[in-house]
Ligand binder design. Sequence first.
Ligand code: PLP
Length: 269
Amino acid sequence: MRPTTPTVLTIAGSDPYGGAGIQADLKTIHALGGYGFSALTAVTAQNSQGVQQVEALAAETLHHQLQALFEDVQIDAVKIGMLANAELIDVVATTLQRHPTSAVVLDTVLVSSSGHPLLAADAVSILVEKLFPLADVITPNLPELNHLLDRAPETPADDLVEIEKALCEMGVQAAVLKGGHSGETDAAADILIQPTRGVKSEPKRFSSPRVSTTHTHGTGCVFSSAIATELAQGRTLEEAVGNAKRYLTAWLSQSEALYFHYHDSSTAK
Ligand code: PLP
C-alpha cells in the first residue's frame, strides 16, 4: 500500500548554517507534511556573513545518489536548487528524462544574496536548454529573471506579455516571478505565469504584506520546497503557490527572532 505521506526529492547544495540549501529544503518538506529525500550537488561553507567556499561534487557522485533513489523509492515531486555547473545539470536532466516525475520545481539559483556565484556563468545557457523544458515551474527572483532575459538587473517585471513570450521561447511551462527584490515597500507580490497555457491563462498575483526583516537568507529555497511539497500532495499549481507563500510569510515573520536566538551567546551551553 502507498503511504499517504507525499515524498519530495530535493537536489541541491549543502548549507551548514541551515538557512538555505538542502537543510532548509528538508525542514520545509517536513514542516509541510512531506517525506524528504535528498541528493547533494555541492558542499558550501557559509554562515550569516555569507558564502566562504563552494565545492561542487563530481557528476558521477550526483548520478549515483539519484540512481540509488529513483531505483528504490516513489518520488512524488522534485525540487531542484543549486546546481553549480554544467556537468551536474546534465546529470539531473538525464535522470529526469529517464524517470519522469509528476511535479518538478526548478529554483533558478545563480548567485547568493551575499554575491557568491552558485552556478558557473557558462552553465546558465545549459540550465535553460536542458532543464527549463523539464520543469513544471521555475521560480526566478527579479535579478535572476533579468539575468535570464539578458536585461538590466533593476528592470521591474512589469511587461508580463514580453516576459511570458521570452520564457515560452525558452520552453518554460510556468514561472513564479518572485517579488521579494522589487522596490515595493508595503507588499511582497509574486506573479504566476503559465506561458504554454496561451491566452486563457491570465497571470495570477499572490500578494502579502511585506515582512520587515533583513534575515531573508534561504527564502528562495524554502519557497520552492514548499511549492514542491504542496504539488506532491496533489494541489494545483495555483493552490501550491498560494499555500507556499502563506508558509513563507510565517517563516519570514519568525526569522529575526530565530537569528537572535542562535546568535545570542547567553543561550550557548
Ligand atoms: N547556499 C545554498 C546551498 C543555496 O542553495 C542557496 C540558494 O539557493 C544559497 C546559499 C543562497 O541563499 P541566499 O541567497 O538566500 O542567501
